[in-house]
Write a protein that binds this ligand. Structure first.
Ligand code: ADP
Length: 674
């Protein structure tokens, strides 16, 4: 993002034509939205239009006719008369030139013609001693020097600024007699921008190192206070120009932007009306009068930024009116500095917001920046007549916003993808763990002998067989008594049948699992199964010294599991707890207590915790405990916990061990709710 900011600063400083076009079009739009409204009422245009040509004759007119026109205007004492026509060659319709060109004329006629004053002299005499300004053109003609008198009207205050002004090598001048007659002369051909529009007016020109005023500058000087035009500079760059007592802010080359009026009220009159005396006697008095050709086909027409097609005469009028009303626009050094400061502020704000805040704050910052740029630029134009280009700043804001927003979007997408991948990997890891555990079991069983396989079946069958053995002994003792208690015998025989059924169910479940790899599950009341299992354990014996406490949650939801498998899990865990307390392998018989607690945990799973007051587990034991064939008991097989974990994980639950804070171990297992 910082690279974009610096690229744009570089682009602005190098200012290629496409960047200028953008800027110029924006300034044009500003003028179109809000054209100049102030008008001076001091300018009168005398147009040599189609009507004048049809009445007086084709163009160019003999300068005697122009002399008459000039006389009529000057007789009303205007402030100044600017003639926007260049007279580079003598008038070939002058009587003396007609005499010279027509050798066959009778001598008497020739002499009479030669004795008449030339048309040029007539025009010069009309102009003599009057406030008349003539035009010249740069870039045309063969002359390289300007008339001596013109450079005297310019003073450079401060440093030499000639290098800041574009230099021309040629100038198209008027014939010497007219140059002598004119009070002032200025450059009247305003240069077009590469897109054909005229937007700016230079106050001074540089012709081979000599400064020459513009046509408008001289008209202002002659019309207002007749003091030399001052060029005020700062570090060899033009800052301001004083012409006719008015001060203008300009760009570094001494140009300012014409502020165009959409429908100027400048008074306009046809040259024909002036010549035929159809204007009032004070029409030109105290006015600034401009004379020029506007007839289509002869005059130059240029489109204005506000969309009008203006003759060169109207263009001069717009420029002069803009000067007189002090509404010239300027794109100065200050404008460029503000534009560059915009870039830095935009860069800093958007980079900071993008790095520290979310998408919403970024959008708010984007909107605030856009509005600030537009307001500053519009405020400069409306209140200070200062042109500040908002386009590059807006483009920069939009680009940085889009980059930051899409980077945020891609980052979020990436994060989501990585979260999804992580969840997938966790799930796969879990599956792999279950499969590994099952494989480990199968592998161990498969690798070990048939004896080991039968041992594992025997491990599961051990409990019902032991129960059947105990109940059968009890039945025999009842029968051996003289008064056989038939009810008790019936109850004991019932229990034998239940255990036989259970043994058969265990075998069925093992066979089902082996054949299909699946076990049937249904909604089970875990509390009920715990109570049944505890009762059975107590019946089978060896738990007299151990107190079993139940803490069952009455609102426990049903769990989704296989009943036989759940019995197997509970039996293994409770029997381990009993054995841990009683140390039955070592022959010691100690007292203790087991608490079996059921809850619904924060994940919504049904959790059973079996805590005992036994010796507890070392850290190493906690790690190896669940591996098949790990046992610390002489008669143990080390399969119980591995089978339990395998059963529970296959059902969607888990099994783990923790330390009992009161001493001993707590085995927790979870099952999914139905
Ligand atoms: P076995 O009971 O046949 O040894 P298990 O897989 O059920 O096989 O148990 C493995 C080992 O875990 C036991 O030998 C014992 O050392 C340890 N163990 C199991 N439960 C407990 C408990 N509640 N307290 C202490 N040690 C236990």
């Amino acid at each position: 993002m910082a690279a974009i900011v610096f690229s744009l600063i570089f682009l602005r400083l190098s200012d290629p034509w496409p960047v200028k076009v953008l800027r110029y079009s924006t300034f044009d739009s500003m003028q179109e939205i809000s054209p100049r409204e102030k008008e001076s009422d001091q300018i009168v245009l005398v147009e040599i239009d189609e009507n004048s040509l049809s009445k007086i004759g084709q163009w160019p007119w003999p300068r005697s006719s122009l002399s008459k026109l000039t006389d009529t205007i000057l007789s009303q004492n205007p402030r100044s008369l600017g003639i926007d026509i260049i007279f580079p060659e003598p008038d070939r319709t002058s009587p003396d030139l007609i005499a010279a060109q027509n050798k066959n004329l009778p001598k008497g006629i020739k002499d009479a013609l030669a004795a008449l004053p030339s048309n040029d002299t007539q025009l010069a005499e009309s102009i003599d001693n009057n406030p008349v300004v003539l035009g010249m053109a740069v870039g045309y003609g063969t002359q390289r020097k300007i008339p001596d008198s013109t450079s005297d009207s310019i003073l450079m205050i401060g440093k030499d600024v000639r290098n800041a002004i574009p230099e021309y090598s040629q100038v198209l001048r008027n014939i010497p007699r007219l140059e002598q007659a004119a009070k002032a002369q200025g450059i009247s051909n305003i240069a077009q921008d590469p897109d054909g529009l005229i937007r700016r007016i230079p106050f001074v020109y540089n012709i081979n190192g000599t400064l020459v005023p513009a046509f408008e500058t001289e008209i202002l000087r002659i019309s207002l206070n007749n003091t030399p035009t001052e060029i005020i500079s700062n570090n060899s760059k033009i800052k301001q120009i004083n012409a006719g007592g008015l001060t203008f802010n300009t760009d570094q080359s001494g140009s300012a932007w014409i502020y165009f009026s959409n429908k100027p009220n400048t008074q306009t009159v046809s040259a024909e009306s002036v010549l035929s005396g159809n204007v009032s006697k004070s029409f030109f008095t105290n006015k600034i009068v401009l004379v020029g050709v506007t007839a289509v086909g002869i005059a130059d027409y240029t489109p204005s930024p506000t969309g009008q097609n203006l003759s060169s005469l109207s263009l001069h009028a717009q420029a002069l009116d803009s000067m007189l009303t002090n509404t010239l626009l300027s794109h100065t050094h200050l404008s460029t500095s503000i534009e560059l400061i915009f870039f830095l502020i935009i860069g800093i704000v958007l980079i900071w917001v993008a790095n520290s805040y979310a998408a919403l704050e970024l959008t708010v910052a984007f909107a605030i920046l856009c509005w600030s740029i537009i307001l500053v630029s519009w405020g400069g134009f409306s209140y200070q007549k200062l042109l500040i280009d908002p386009t590059l700043a807006l483009i920069l804001t939009l680009s940085l916003y889009l980059i930051a927003a899409s980077a945020g979007f891609f980052h979020e997408q990436k994060q989501r993808r990585s979260d999804a991948k992580e969840a997938f990997l966790r799930e796969r890891e879990k599956e792999t763990r279950i499969r590994k555990l099952q494989n480990e079991l199968m592998h161990t069983i498969g690798k070990s002998s048939v004896q080991k396989l039968s041992s594992s079946i025997a491990h599961e069958m051990n409990q019902p067989m032991a129960a059947i053995f105990n109940y059968t002994n009890a039945a025999r003792r009842i029968l051996e008594k003289d008064d056989t208690d038939k009810d008790m015998l019936k109850s004991v025989l019932g229990k034998i049948l239940t255990q036989a059924d259970r043994g058969s169910d265990i075998l069925k479940s093992i066979r089902e699992g082996a054949e299909t790899g699946k076990t049937s599950v249904k909604a089970l009341d875990v509390n009920r199964i715990i109570k049944e299992e505890v009762e059975l354990i107590k019946d089978v014996g060896d738990v007299e010294t151990v107190q079993i406490i139940l803490a069952c949650d009455g609102d426990l939801p049903l769990a989704l599991a296989n009943e036989i498998q759940l019995h197997q899990v509970l039996l293994n865990l409770i029997r381990n707890a009993v054995q841990a307390i009683t140390h039955s392998d070592t022959g010691k018989s100690l007292e203790g207590e087991i608490e079996i607690k059921t809850t619904c945990n924060s994940d919504g799973m049904i959790q059973v915790s079996i805590s005992d007051s036994g010796p507890g587990l070392s850290d190493q034991e906690k790690e190896t405990l669940f591996k098949p064939f790990y046992t610390s008991k002489e008669q143990g097989m080390g399969l119980g916990l591995a089978i339990c974990r395998s059963i529970l994980e296959a059902l969607g639950g888990s099994l783990w061990v923790e330390e009992n804070k009161k001493g001993g171990a707590v085995f927790h297992f979870t099952l999914p709710p139905s």
